[in-house]
Design a protein around this ligand. Structure first.
Ligand code: IPE
Ligand code: IPE
Ligand code: MG
Length: 242
């Protein structure tokens, strides 16, 4: 795993990795298990990848856990996921603090169960001063909703005459997003072979590298993670230049 890699945080051009953790359901169905069993196994992979990211010295890891469109799933599955989020956050709190991980959440908390929101707020407060890996967990997150909220914020500033429409910059929009102050993802990984963004970090992905992995999320392991980072580090990023 990380120890055997020639890529170190110092020589890697990748400091922020976003992951679309897809394929829990298919992983389970392939094994004759329930979709819930897939989500439980997916949570184990989350734990391992956070450890690997922290060990590797990655600066920022953003994990897409629940999209604004995932409410369209059967009520039972949504309830299983909400319960799992809460229990995993509780279970992993001590370890995250021990690993010096700073946790922040992106996405709207309005529709989430109150007790989950309390757990999220507590975890953010308990890790706010940590200086290691920044872990952004995207729960009830949608890139379009993120942009919509940012545009509303800027529109209010215009209404309050704090900002002139002609003065709005690209950085103003970046700063108004839920990821304000966090650098854009250098690399976005999606497991399970699907080739789409599914409303993840739309604005922030403008110059991200992409890696689509054929494994389902519960099978994605720290070795795969380091391999993907290694591969992305060796790519030339031109940002429109030569
Ligand atoms: C990802 O796995 C987890 C969430 C979206 C919450 P899926 O549940 O989407 O698994 P598949 O894509 O149906 O296999
Ligand atoms: C994307 O996966 C959302 C998360 C991984 C949280 P989905 O399984 O919801 O995406 P689609 O529906 O296949 O595009
Ligand atoms: Mg899916």
């Amino acid at each position: 795993m990380a120890e055997t890699s020639s890529i170190t945080p110092q020589n890697s051009t990748i400091s922020h990795v976003g992951i679309i953790m897809d394929g829990n359901g298919r992983w389970a169905v392939d094994r004759g298990l329930s979709r819930s069993a897939g989500h439980i196994q997916g949570a184990k992979a989350v734990k391992d990848i956070i450890s690997a990211a922290s060990h590797f010295g990655l600066k920022i890891l953003t994990l897409y856990a629940f999209s604004t469109e995932n409410w369209n799933r059967p009520k039972y599955e949504v309830a299983v996921l909400m319960r799992l989020f809460k229990s995993e956050l509780h279970k992993q709190t001590a370890e995250l603090i021990h690993k010096n991980v700073k946790v922040r959440f992106i996405g709207s908390r309005a529709r989430l169960p109150k007790t989950l929101v309390q757990t999220m707020n507590q975890l953010e407060a308990n890790t706010a001063h940590n200086t290691g890996l920044t872990l952004q967990l995207a729960i009830n997150y949608g890139g379009r909703q993120d942009l919509l909220e940012a545009f509303k914020k800027l529109a209010h500033d215009v209404e309050a005459t704090k900002l002139k429409p002609e003065d709005i910059t690209v950085s103003d929009i970046s700063d108004a997003l839920s990821t304000g102050g966090i650098s854009d993802p250098d690399l976005i990984i999606r497991t399970s072979g699907e080739l789409r963004l599914s409303n993840f970090l739309l604005w922030q992905a403008a110059y991200s590298e992409f890696a689509f992995v054929d494994k389902h999320w519960p099978s994605f392991n720290p070795e795969d993670f380091v391999d993907v980072i290694e591969n992305a580090t060796n790519r030339t990023r031109r940002f429109g230049g030569l």
